[in-house]
Design a protein around this ligand. Structure first.
Ligand SMILES: N[C@@H](CCC(=O)N[C@@H](CS)C(=O)NCC(=O)O)C(=O)O
Length: 205
């Protein structure tokens, strides 16, 4: 059976678990990742030399990087990625954008305001992080305001899974944030999916 290594409090692990539920695939999950179980041990590093979760294991096949796992699952099952070449490319564009552009700016604010990590208490840096994060969210707002149900068109894709978890985090952070009505409607749409409500429901500590 397909096995996922990773703690459910990780947003990258939740991406994969949400996709597995959308695909109605059975899996086993083993808790790895701090503070539950340190992945920087030889047994885990032999599977993922980065010492990070998630990892997918299927027989002898081992795969890490949450986006690679999402693409693998979608291609294997033939759903959650459009067949149409341009729509598929747009879905992959937004999937990559979530990891490389949208996520990096939130680090300081999330550590300060959600995780309450000691040492993250500089109001200037919190405000800067929210501003930078908000500027990226404004790009998503602009895209969604064009009126399609999902980010790459009217088809739900793996890009919406990744973005949904990021939008959930944006909604959860207690800070003064710009109004993003199209993002708000998108969030409701994703929350109305059974798997969306399950995996966006809990905030990462
Ligand atoms: N680019 C990687 C990032 C994975 C990552 O940052 N994982 C974090 C959790 S979200 C992790 O393993 N942190 C160490 C730990 O939990 O011990 C991916 O998308 O899979």
């Amino acid at each position: 059976m397909l096995k996922i290594l990773g703690r459910v409090t990780s947003i990258n692990v939740r991406k994969v678990l949400w996709a597995l539920d959308e695909l109605r695939l059975q899996y086993e999950r083993e808790d790895w990742g701090l503070p539950i179980r340190d992945p920087k041990v030889p047994e885990f590093l032999a599977l993922n030399p980065n010492g990070q979760v998630p990892v997918l294991i299927e027989g002898d096949f081992v795969l890490w990087e949450s986006n690679a796992i999402l693409i693998y699952l979608a291609e294997r099952e033939g759903v959650l990625l459009p067949q149409h070449l341009e729509s598929r490319a747009l879905a992959l564009q937004w999937l990559g954008w979530q990891a490389s552009e949208l996520n990096p700016p939130w680090g300081y604010a999330v550590n300060a305001l959600i995780r309450k990590t000691p040492g993250y208490d500089d109001p200037e840096r919190i405000a800067h992080s929210i501003r930078q994060w908000g500027a990226k969210m404004a790009l998503l707002e602009e895209r969604l305001a064009k009126g399609t149900a999902f980010v790459a068109g009217d088809e739900f894709t793996i890009a919406d899974i990744a973005l949904g978890l990021s939008v959930h985090r944006w909604m959860s952070v207690p800070a003064d944030k710009p109004e993003l009505p199209a993002v708000g409607e998108y969030y409701e749409r994703l929350m109305s999916r059974e798997a969306g409500a399950r995996w966006m429901g809990a905030e990462t500590p």
